[in-house]
Write a protein that binds this ligand. Structure first.
Ligand SMILES: Cc1cc2nc3c(=O)[nH]c(=O)nc-3n(C[C@H](O)[C@H](O)[C@H](O)COP(=O)(O)OP(=O)(O)OC[C@H]3O[C@@H](n4cnc5c(N)ncnc54)[C@H](O)[C@@H]3O)c2cc1C
Length: 279
């Protein structure tokens, strides 16, 4: 295995957190490399409308990520299109192994590897993933045009996705296990004004059912009364929230109960990048 390069900072992940970190590191004249396994920009590329980024009243997520990347590249950011597979913490040098067995070394590592959708873990979910079950309305909303869809969750992501879906679907049932939403107030107001969205409070989805190979219904259970019922649907969208993708790191940063990361105080130069009310 060849030791390719030595850096001051290795950044793993090219989403908003990784690109922001890169801008700061390069402006501090640190020798920096950013590792990105897919295309730079991360999850924000999946949304049509970003409305909470100062300076832009409304901007397409992909366009915003291009601006992040252009900004970082204006400081000559080196981007490697590879996957980081192993991180070995060291005293002087940390080692990051890439797919293909290449190794990079650095004094500091910034973990900005982002999140994955949180699954419901119910019967039918894996079986119908990509065939009626989706975790991204912007990516798959087209397939739900004029259909009756179930969306799950009560946070910003779930509500944004339900609002996006309602532009395409015939009807959206938003299933939420509690009697109040966690989503920001402006999103809740839009949700309540949307005639195509019905909120099913105190309810969980317990199974996704099919007929002739297509999603046809979900089983619901009321969390207060435990009453069960079947709801006819053409598709289901699980948009609860996301969990961090840092399982590949041997001494992973401590996760708090929501699955988000906490800073590593014992290993100073390894920084998990945490965004959006995670800690
Ligand atoms: C549909 C949708 C709509 C959203 N809308 C908004 C919004 O309007 N406003 C808002 O503030 N936020 C919004 N968000 C949330 C926002 O996108 C995230 O908070 C943000 O992208 C998190 O940035 P990040 O850099 O931490 O992680 P991510 O964006 O997840 O980026 C992580 C990157 O790391 C890469 N990676 C992972 N593991 C490895 C590895 N081992 N090796 C190399 N690369 C790796 C991934 O490919 C990815 O590109 C939305 C999210 C979604 C999904």
């Amino acid at each position: 295995m060849a030791n390719r390069e030595y850096y001051d900072v290795i950044i793993i992940g090219g989403g908003p957190a990784g690109l922001s970190a890169a801008i700061y590191a390069l402006r501090a004249s640190m020798r920096t490399v950013l590792i990105e396994k897919a295309s730079a920009g991360g999850q924000i590329t999946l949304t049509d409308d970003v409305e909470n980024y100062p300076g832009f009243k409304n901007i397409n997520g992909y366009d915003l990520s291009e601006k992040f990347l252009d900004h970082a590249k204006s400081y000559n950011l080196e981007v490697l299109s590879r996957e980081a597979t192993v991180l070995e913490p060291g005293l002087d040098w940390h080692t990051v192994q890439l797919n293909g067995d290449e190794r990079l070394k650095s004094h500091a590592v910034i973990l900005a590897s982002g999140g994955l959708p949180r699954k419901l873990n119910i019967p039918g979910e894996d079986e119908f993933y990509g065939k009626g079950v989706s975790y991204c309305a912007v990516c798959d909303g087209f397939f739900f045009r004029n259909k009756i869809v179930v969306a799950v969750g009560g946070g910003d992501t779930a509500v944004e996705e339900a609002l996006y879906l309602s532009k395409l679907a015939q009807k959206v049932h938003l299933v939420h296990r509690r009697d109040a939403l966690r989503a920001s107030m402006i999103l809740q107001q839009r949700l309540r004004a949307d005639k195509k969205i019905e909120i099913l409070w105190d309810t969980i989805v317990t199974a996704i059912k099919s007929h002739l190979g297509e999603v046809s219904a979900v089983d619901l259970q009321n969390t207060q009364t435990e009453e069960t019922r079947e709801l006819a649907t053409d598709g289901s969208l699980s948009v609860l929230a996301s969990t961090r993708t840092i399982n590949w790191f041997p001494r992973a940063p401590k996760l708090i109960p929501t699955g988000m990361c906490a800073p590593m105080r014992s290993v100073k130069p390894i920084f998990p990048a945490c965004s959006r009310s995670e800690i």
